[in-house]
Design a protein around this ligand. Structure first.
Ligand code: ADP
Ligand code: MG
Ligand code: ZN
Length: 607
């Protein structure tokens, strides 16, 4: 819009300049005195006139013995002499005047009769339109209509936006897979000669924040080709038919720019299993999806357009998308392991001044389960907090504090507990921590605190020492006890329950149900899963669980869930009663200091 306005002004100024020049051409510098025909007739009779030049109906009159000129107009229909005679000019005097009749000269005639009224405005309009078209073509993000794809385009010349594999830490296998695509985009000839078909579609699959979008951009950076980036949700809009029109437009655009990459982010927004809709709204999504399938079938392999797509829900994608010839290549991206985490931290800390004591390896050790986005966020939070304290460098403490901030939300120091509440919160957290520390298969306690953070009134932070990919039944059972530790500590000490344990109980129930229904960890019900979860379009979450078992089994499930929780509760209660003195000690320390770090906590446990 801004550019449009600018161009409009440029054209306006041009217009004024041009018309200025022409009007100057038309008017000689010493403007003649305008006289009427009657006056002119008088002057002729007086013998003052030397010469009259007739140009159309304009008369240029030069006087004898004078440099001044006069101008006049004759009547249109009649000739000059005739007109003058009508005004009573003496014919003898008129003969002494030199009369010079000029054809309306060529270019002036054209100028005044054709160019000014017709050609110039047309040319200006054309110019204006041309400017607008050019804008629209350049138009990353600038559109006329709904049906233009909303794809953002990153051209290889745009160095600021360029991303390369060096900006992506870890993800080695994924990079290797995509190297092939890069190679193809760089030198397609090599593949075509040997008759190889490069996949048209590559699907990047991984949990949120693991770097799918980043990696896709890096591929275009490495191959040095244009990158069309659009998010699945942008296809879908209120107007029917718009989504598929956008797909068509996007693919057309891409073909013009080949070799290039089309990246459809969050494919699951349009690529869900068809026919799983709620109400009528899914029709539009289906149309869009169909159009993508049609376009992908429509272009030949090796025409230089590679479609990348990303999703974190491959399970709900329409199977037609995964057929050969479409997204038949799948690249899995995992959450980073400890080495990757260190590398990611390094990448994001690169342009930030760090104190020499900063040890990114230690941060990586403390952040299992963090995604790349979490780590990027962590480094950013650390530098924000350093800046707010007017430090010139980011300290190790800033980074460590940010771990919890990213994990649990910011501290809510203003959330002040009354003395009674503080006591309850302290025993609650001490209960979690004590049970966790007393059981052999739980993650070590890193920190216990009764400072409110995010949603939680207090928290016990446990983190595994190494990255874990599998979890055993024993671990889960102990985890249930830890979750119930807060509840039973309150019950034991105050003989009362507060609402503070509500969230723990939800988690406990959920975990116990998963043990029975998902993981086959119940002895009685054996190795099978119960209930088929189906996704509801738009709500995105699993909200319906289809019951694929009998009422009788439902009762068994309930009793098994109950048994798991009951056993876990007994174990927790046993620990808490046996180690009551230790519980008091931890709780008192919490009331006093509000936060206990790992080392201090371990000392308390020993003592
Ligand atoms: P996704 O698309 O998988 O949800 P993104 O690619 O948008 O995740 O990642 C979000 C941000 O996290 C990136 O912009 C980047 O700063 C950071 N990030 C994620 N993974 C990595 C990685 N492997 N290396 C470097 N930075 C990463
Ligand atoms: Mg993304
Ligand atoms: Zn709790």
């Amino acid at each position: 819009m801004k550019n449009l306005l600018k161009n409009f002004f440029i054209i306006l100024v041009l217009f004024i300049l041009i018309s200025g020049v022409f009007s100057m051409l038309g008017n000689p510098k010493n403007t003649p005195k305008i006289v009427s025909l009657t006056e002119l007739a008088q002057q002729i009779n007086n013998g003052q006139i030397d010469k009259i030049t007739v140009n159309d109906q304009d008369l240029a009159v030069s006087l004898k013995n004078s440099t001044t000129t006069e101008a006049s107009t004759k009547e249109l229909e009649s000739g000059l002499t005739e007109s003058l005679k009508n005004y009573g000019v003496d014919p003898a005097k008129l003969q002494q005047v030199q009369i010079d009749i000029q054809q309306a000269s060529g270019w002036k005639y054209w100028l005044s009769n054709i160019i000014f009224p017709f050609v110039l405005p047309l040319a200006l309009m054309g110019l204006f339109l041309w400017f607008m078209m050019r804008q629209a073509k350049q138009g990353a993000g600038q559109n006329f209509g709904f049906t233009k794809s909303l794809a953002r385009l990153i051209m290889p010349e745009d160095k600021k936006q360029q991303t390369s594999f060096a900006d992506v830490a870890g993800l080695k296998e994924a990079k290797q897979e995509l190297d092939e695509v890069v190679d193809f985009l760089k030198s397609p000839g090599k593949f075509i000669e040997i008759g190889a078909k490069i996949p048209k579609g590559v699907l990047l699959i991984g949990p949120p924040g693991c770097g799918k979008t980043l990696l896709a951009r890096a591929v275009s950076g490495e191959a040095n080709v244009p990158f069309f980036h659009i998010s699945g949700s942008e296809f879908v809009e209120l107007f029917v038919g718009v989504g598929s029109a956008r797909v068509r437009d996007l693919f057309q655009n891409a073909k013009k720019n080949s070799p290039c990459i089309i990246f459809i982010d969050e494919l699951d927004a349009i690529g869900r299993q068809r026919g799983a809709g709620l109400g009528g709204g899914h029709d539009e999504r289906e149309q869009t999806l169909n159009q993508i399938l049609v376009e992908m079938d429509g272009f030949e392999a090796n025409n230089g357009v590679v479609v990348l797509a990303a999703t974190n829900r491959p399970d709900i994608l329409d199977s037609a998308l995964l057929r050969p010839g479409r997204f038949d290549r799948r690249v899995m991206l995992d959450l980073p392991d400890i080495n990757d985490r260190e590398d990611i931290l390094k990448i994001h800390a690169k342009n930030k001044p760090l104190t020499p004591d900063v040890n990114l390896r230690q941060i990586a050790e403390r952040t299992p389960g963090f995604s790349g986005a979490d780590l990027a966020n962590l480094v950013n939070e650390a530098s924000i907090s350093a800046a707010r304290q007017n430090k010139k460098e980011v300290h190790m403490s800033d980074l460590i504090d940010s771990i919890e901030k990213v994990l649990l939300g910011p501290e809510r120091k203003s959330h002040i507990l009354s003395i009674d509440e503080k006591k309850i919160a302290a025993y609650h957290e001490a209960g979690h921590a004590l049970v966790a520390a007393s059981l052999p298969h739980t993650d070590p306690v890193r920190k216990v605190s009764i400072i409110a953070r995010g949603q939680a009134a207090g928290y016990t932070l446990k983190l595994p020492e190494i990255d874990k990919h599998l979890h055993s039944k024993t671990e889960f059972i102990e985890e249930l006890s830890v979750l119930l530790g807060g509840y039973y500590a309150e019950k034991l000490v105050f003989d009362e329950i507060t609402t503070g344990a509500g969230n723990d109980l939800e988690k406990t129930t959920d975990l116990a149900r998963r043990l029975v229904m998902r993981y086959g960890m119940s002895e009685k019900l054996g190795p099978r899963t119960f209930g088929e979860t189906e996704d509801m379009v738009f709500l995105g979450k699993e909200i319906t669980t289809e019951k694929n078992y009998s009422e009788h089994v439902a009762q068994e499930i309930d009793s098994e869930v109950h048994a798991f929780i009951d056993n876990a509760a007994k174990a927790a209660q046993k620990i808490l009663t046996e180690k009551r003195a230790l519980l008091d000690k931890i709780a008192n320390r919490l009331i006093e200091k509000e936060t206990i770090e790992k080392e201090e906590f371990e000392e308390l446990m020993k003592g």
